[in-house]
Design a binder for this molecule. Structure first.
Ligand SMILES: *Cc1c(COP(=O)(O)O)cnc(C)c1O
Length: 353
């Protein structure tokens, strides 16, 4: 466990002129029904503060929970920041610095948001092949622990966390602490911790419509959990942070499950294609339950990513993340895009020695 505080998140470069396989987006974009719905917006819709009850009820049905268990947020990033501020901000005079436990490698935002909130980051280093470090996480729990951030399936590895690990952590936490289960990729895994929430009132599940539903630009996500656990997050999120376009887009997206199913089918096919390519090319990769795959290309990773970029395919170098030395992350979504990505990766490996 080491402490590593950095004060801000460096956004990936703004690369739009090429094939974006570096941010795990749906590269086909959203359902066409979303655009139809947006075209239906009126001047009054723009002029009035947005209504949330109906769309929250729709989202709650999708998640299979009562509506008071759902808080919509301006992207899951806002939900994570809300959780950090709600749970990790030191309270005046208490003398306690709240602690966040982050099993690595992890979504980088956890680090930054913990620092922004004024909490202390406790990193747990990865085990071989990213087997979940349950014993090490349990050993890191102290009376000051307030949040354990778990991403399931994990980003950047695509590896799933056993539910039993989440249950065990939740049972061991001090009062007033939560497990924040980031399920940005739950649709691809086909399972969620949400059905377990009635038995685990100290677990908050974070969800996003950016990835599987192709709504990354419109910014819509949710925190799901017992009202006592999510209310502190709701209190710190600005009241109208979700705009009317996101409201309308979410209703339309959740009304088109065929679109989601088609994307999920393509993701499975894409992963199979990339795995086969890695086997052919002698590259180590990790079986992924998400819409991306972590691939180890070794010391030349920076050059491979640069070559691919110069050939119009953006991949993400993840080699600075714990356990990910020499590795890049490749989004495996739309089959045609995956094929192009694989072709360029293969060219890069020949060109870069
Ligand atoms: C993409 C991603 C998010 C961010 O989702 P937004 O709703 O776009 O803010 C959160 N967590 C993880 C693990 C992600 O990969």
């Amino acid at each position: 466990m080491t402490e590593h505080l950095k004060s801000h998140y460096e956004k990936p470069a703004e690369l739009y002129d090429g094939l974006r396989l570096h941010q795990n987006e749906n590269t086909a974009g959203c359902s066409p029904r979303v655009l139809e719905a947006l075209r239906g917006l009126t001047r009054e819709n723009m002029g009035f503060y947005p209504p949330y009850s109906a769309v929250t009820a729709t989202a709650a049905r999708y998640f299979g929970v009562p509506a008071d268990h759902v808080g919509l947020v301006n992207g899951l990033d806002e939900g994570i920041m809300g959780a950090a501020i709600a749970y990790l901000r030191p309270s005046a005079g208490s003398g306690v610095v709240p602690e966040a436990i982050v099993p690595e490698p992890a979504f980088e935002i956890f680090r930054f948001d913990t620092a922004v909130a004024g909490g202390r980051l406790v990193q747990v280093m990865p085990k071989p092949d990213f087997a979940f470090a349950l014993d090490e996480v349990l050993a890191a729990i102290t009376p000051a622990t307030r949040v354990v951030f778990v991403t399931n399936p994990n980003n950047p590895t695509g590896v799933s966390v056993p539910f039993d690990a989440i249950r065990t952590i939740a049972r061991r936490l001090p009062k007033d602490a939560i497990v924040f289960v980031d399920e940005a990729y739950a649709e691809f895994a086909g399972r969620s911790f949400i059905p377990e929430l009635p038995a685990f009132p100290n677990v908050v599940v974070g969800r996003t419509f950016s990835k599987a539903f192709g709504l990354a630009a419109i910014r819509i996500g949710a925190v799901v959990g017992a009202p006592d656990a999510i209310d502190p997050i709701r209190y710190v999120v600005p009241v109208y942070s979700v705009n009317i376009a996101a409201v309308v887009a979410l209703e339309a997206a959740l009304g088109d499950m065929d679109y989601l199913r088609d994307y999920l089918r393509q993701v499975s096919e894409s992963k199979a294609l990339l795995y086969a390519a890695c086997q052919r090319l002698g590259l180590k990769y990790w079986q992924s339950d998400a819409n991306f795959v972590l691939v180890r290309v070794g010391d030349r990773v920076a050059d491979v990513v640069e070559f691919a970029k110069n050939h119009g395919v953006f991949l993400r170098n993840r080699s600075s993340e714990p356990g990910c030395e020499g590795s890049l992350r490749f989004a495996t979504g739309i089959v045609e895009h995956t094929k192009r990505g694989i072709a360029v990766l293969e060219e890069a490996l020949c060109a870069v020695r």
